[in-house]
Ligand binder design. Structure first.
Ligand code: ADP
Ligand code: GLC
Length: 503
């Protein structure tokens, strides 16, 4: 089916690259750039569950001019289907209970190098990278332990004889044990761990230790132990040379018990060492002026064009073409996102002449609650339960306001896409929402996480909606915000160089 069946033979590279002098299409020649292995469990090119997929597609590309960045991702079906020409370049030996697998190598059409960890039994499944409708995959510790251990082996040059990393960059719990494996093997390769969401920690029973080849003496408070369980994320936070998260405010919040998910003590320690910082995400170069999937393209100031998109979305959902504002939600439907506050506020918003459209998918009970409540008022409330990128963009373009009352939000991308399309975000003042929405200028923030808090901001939004000049001004401010990756990529670049320099 794919190059997976090819026998490993060093020197035979069906991707046409000479292993000794391979050049990425993007960026400067690899010999001039420091080498970074970027490990991720999702990437929009292939498979995406949340914002991590978008960051993993955008950040390595934004860094490619300055660094020889290579992404390592598990060989999910979607990856193999996208790269039928994948070269199998090496065998990856078994480690403790982690099965032997193979390493593939390919490039995206714009030249980004991607290493693919090949193990049909671990990664080629129906469902998301993390599970299916019945829950998480039961062998996730093996699947992502395998990923982390392979990353460490690749980083030290033990797998691809032509490439070793100057630094590894792990992301979230699925690759968080990479810095730990490096340390346990005695390697000194510097490491960065980015926490995209502290709430997902990768916790497993202590029986997993032996399967994962974790040294017994690492199962302690100063190590991977977390209340008698093995925590992937804690291991990463403990062993990484530097820990980042995806906004300044979230970097502070996680050092306090309220948002620290039990790891605030360790995070405080890392912050005190100067080893924890926030680097806010960017978004890709989406432009509502040129997106062909919109009813019509529009630029800042072209409010007629925006209105055409609003009418189109209302027609698509069977909503009345009223004079009131259209509120949107584009979100994973999980507890974090505070959808329950919107459900509590929905009737009030509809009574005041507002309409709400939800595009989202996630936990079945939240999906069901949205469906059931929205079915009661079909002219004002509508939902698409599922995942649809094009519909999401049409909704950003067509809505006046975005509702995002997240309980916590490490960064959040939806509020940035919304601003780019002139949909003013109404957000809880937390994490990246606090850092990327300017209250009263590009959106509305509320402090108290209650339905009253939310409705206070919604009332301000109604007021602005009814004052055309104020609405126009805020939309212009929002659409002119710079959410590009350049500054953040430069911040990662400096961090990498510091890590490499301190080795
Ligand atoms: P998280 O990573 O916590 O899910 P973010 O706001 O960082 O939240 O990223 C969510 C991304 O996924 C945004 O780009 C948003 O547009 C997109 N998204 C969320 N739900 C859907 C959906 N149902 N269909 C299409 N895109 C979605
Ligand atoms: C996580 C967070 C989200 C962040 C994204 C990318 O999914 O929930 O806030 O934007 O990761 O970093």
């Amino acid at each position: 089916m794919t190059g997976r069946t090819e026998a490993y033979s060093p020197g035979a590279h069906s991707d046409g690259l000479c292993p000794a002098c391979e050049q990425a299409v993007v960026g400067r020649p690899s010999s001039l750039r420091r080498r970074v292995l970027f490990i991720t469990s999702e990437m929009t090119d292939y498979v995406k569950v949340g914002g991590l997929g978008e960051v993993s597609a955008a950040l390595p590309r934004a860094l490619a001019d300055a660094f020889d960045v290579r992404v390592l991702i598990p060989g999910y079906r979607e990856v193999l289907q996208s790269h039928r020409e994948l070269s199998v370049i090496a065998d990856v030996p078994a480690l403790a209970g982690l099965p032997a697998c193979r390493l593939g190598r390919t490039r995206t059409s714009d030249g980004l190098f991607v290493y693919v960890l090949l193990s049909p039994e671990l990664y080629e499944r129906d469902g998301t990278p993390y599970g299916d409708r019945s829950g998480d995959w039961l062998d996730n510790h093996i699947r992502f332990g395998r990923l982390s251990a392979a990353a460490a082996q690749i980083a030290i040059g033990a797998i691809d004889p032509f490439w070793a990393a100057d630094l590894v960059h792990a992301n979230d719990w699925p690759s968080a044990l990479t810095p730990a494996y490096l340390r346990w093997s005695g390697a000194r390769t510097p490491s960065v761990l980015t926490i995209h969401n502290l709430a997902y920690q990768g916790l497993f029973a202590r029986e997993a230790l032996a399967q994962l080849g974790v040294p017994e003496n690492a199962f302690r408070v100063d190590g991977v132990e977390f209340y008698d369980q093995l925590s992937f994320l804690k291991g990463g936070i403990f062993y990484a040379d530097h820990v980042t998260t995806v906004s300044d405010t979230y970097a502070r919040e996680i050092t306090h018990p309220e948002h620290g998910c039990g790891l605030d003590g360790l995070l405080r320690q890392r912050a005190a060492e100067g080893r924890l910082c926030g680097i806010v995400n960017g978004i890709d170069s989406w432009d509502p002026a040129t997106d062909p999937s919109l009813a019509t393209g529009f630029e800042a100031g072209d409010w007629t064009g925006k209105q055409v998109n609003k009418d189109a979305i209302r027609d698509a959902f069977g909503l009345g073409r009223t004079k009131g504002p259209l509120f949107s939600i584009v979100s994973r439907l999980v507890q974090q996102k505070g959808i329950d506050f919107v459900l509590e506020a929905a009737d009030d918003i509809a009574d005041q002449g507002g309409q709400i459209v939800v595009v989202g998918a996630g936990e079945p009970d939240i999906e069901d609650a949205v469906r059931a409540q929205f079915a009661q008022r079909p002219k004002s409330l509508a939902a698409f339960i599922g995942y649809d990128e094009s519909l999401a963009r049409r909704l950003y373009a067509g809505s006046d306001f975005l509702l995002m009352p997240s309980r916590f939000e490490p960064c959040g991308l939806s509020q940035m896409f919304a601003q780019r399309a002139g949909a003013l975000p109404i957000v809880h003042q937390t994490g990246g929402l606090a850092d990327t929405v300017r209250d009263g200028r590009t959106g509305f923030q509320f402090r108290s996480l209650t339905v009253e808090g939310l409705m206070g901001a919604v009332t301000r939004a109604f007021r602005v909606f009814n004052t055309r000049s104020a609405l126009s001004k805020m939309r212009l401010n929002a659409m002119r915000q710079d959410f590009s990756w350049s500054e953040s990529a430069a911040a990662y670049g400096s961090l990498y160089m510091r890590g490499i320099g301190n080795r």
